[in-house]
Design a protein around this ligand. Structure first.
Ligand code: AN7
Length: 369
């Protein structure tokens, strides 16, 4: 790092639109709505690298450090800028939580109205607080996410509002910048890109990003795409819609993903996999990330790590041509911040006992005496 001089202009990250303008559907007429999203850390994980062995290096792409706490901000900056350019006055989405948090924040920034449909009682508290504090019109619908999305699509046809779910192609365009950043930091693509899958927009977008970097000669090889759904919400693994999806990872409690084709294409074209992980495996990975790596990600995000460990146990890397000689690179996308869902964190540990203000009692209780 260069030392800061008083006269020097601060070196600031300009947000994903300015950084990757040449790859995005924006022009000089597009008003850029940004919260300076992107540029999230690519953290090496000593614990996971060791667990995989074979000279593997596992990185965590900590998307929870985006402005509203999830990867959705990458897509939302583009979708909101395009909505403003098109003179829209309101945006609408259905959401398991993070999309609504992001849409309402970016809409506030753009001076647009936002409307969000959420499955009643099925989104994490932090996400709900975000939509409310940004003054979105929140409709808590007595239905699951898939029904909310169908409703949102119908509303967007009937009323003059812009749908900002990932069926809006501008969302996918923005989200592909995650892959660009990974390649820019590593100087190449990872051998394996591991991601949780819900509505399947993110895996679709990442694959598009890698393909575009490869097409421009910025990377030589593309990664193998590995996607993980929760066992009770795994339509892509089962090959059919799941009418009543169930999982503790509320963000990916989705039974009929909008980007179904995109996800399957990513997996087929990259010779990758879509598999399911159990809630127990998700929560185990969630706790380990926090305890061993100091990284607090939400349960849905931990599905990527749970999937990685499951494949490792099954001998996937031992046999894989890109891994069996060792020295391979894995990136796990940690899509959202753990603080989104404090109730889940507290439920997964022992809550502390209340103590009197006595030195000996406190010392004993915390294992010092
Ligand atoms: C933390 O907010 O679908 O496969 O409505 O919040 O692109 O859907 C969230 C999805 C993974 C899955 N991790 O991404 C919504 C929503 C987190 C998420 C996903 C979501 P996609």
């Amino acid at each position: 790092m260069r030392p800061l001089r008083r006269s020097a202009r601060p070196v600031v990250w300009p947000g994903v639109i300015e950084r990757y303008r040449a790859f995005l559907p924006v022009s000089s007429r597009t008003p850029v709505v940004t919260l300076l999203e992107g540029n999230t850390p690519l953290l090496p994980s000593a614990a996971l690298s060791k667990r995989l062995g074979r000279g593997a290096t596992v990185f965590l792409k900590y998307e929870g450090l985006n402005p509203t706490g999830s990867f959705k901000d990458r897509g939302m900056t583009v979708a909101m800028s395009k909505a403003l350019e098109a003179k829209s006055v309101a945006v609408l989405c259905a959401s398991t939580g993070n999309t609504s948090a992001s849409a309402s924040a970016y809409a506030a920034r753009a001076g647009l109205r936002s409307i969000v449909l959420i499955p009643n009682g099925a989104i994490a508290l932090g996400k709900l607080s975000q939509a409310l504090i940004h003054h979105a019109s929140v409709a808590a619908v007595d239905a699951n996410f898939d029904a909310c999305l169908a409703l949102a699509k119908s509303l967007a046809q009937k009323y003059p509002i812009t749908l900002v779910n990932s069926v809006n192609p501008h969302r996918i365009e923005g989200q592909k910048t995650c892959a660009f950043e990974i390649c820019d930091v590593l100087g190449r693509a990872p051998d394996f890109n591991v991601t949780p899958v819900g509505n399947a927009g993110n895996i679709t977008a990442q694959w598009k990003g890698y393909k575009e970097y490869a097409a421009r000669g910025l990377i030589r090889a593309r990664p193998v795409m590995l996607g993980f759904q929760a066992e009770g919400a795994a339509p892509l693994v089962r090959g059919r819609v799941v009418p009543n999806p169930k999982t503790v990872a509320t963000a990916i409690r989705i039974g009929n993903p909008a980007s179904w084709q995109g996800a399957m294409a990513a997996v087929v074209e990259s010779d990758g996999r879509i598999e399911a992980v159990s809630d127990a495996e998700i929560l185990d990975a969630y706790s380990r990330l926090a305890a061993e790596d100091g990284v607090f990600a939400e349960p849905a995000s931990a599905a990527s790590v749970a999937g990685l460990l499951k494949l490792a146990r099954a001998g996937y890397f031992r046999q894989h041509p890109r891994a069996k000689r060792g020295g391979f690179t894995v990136v796990c996308i940690l899509t959202g911040h753990g603080l989104k869902d404090p109730e889940r964190a507290i439920a997964s540990v022992k809550t502390p006992k209340v103590l009197p203000p006595s030195l000996s009692t406190v010392a004993k209780a915390v294992g010092l005496a």
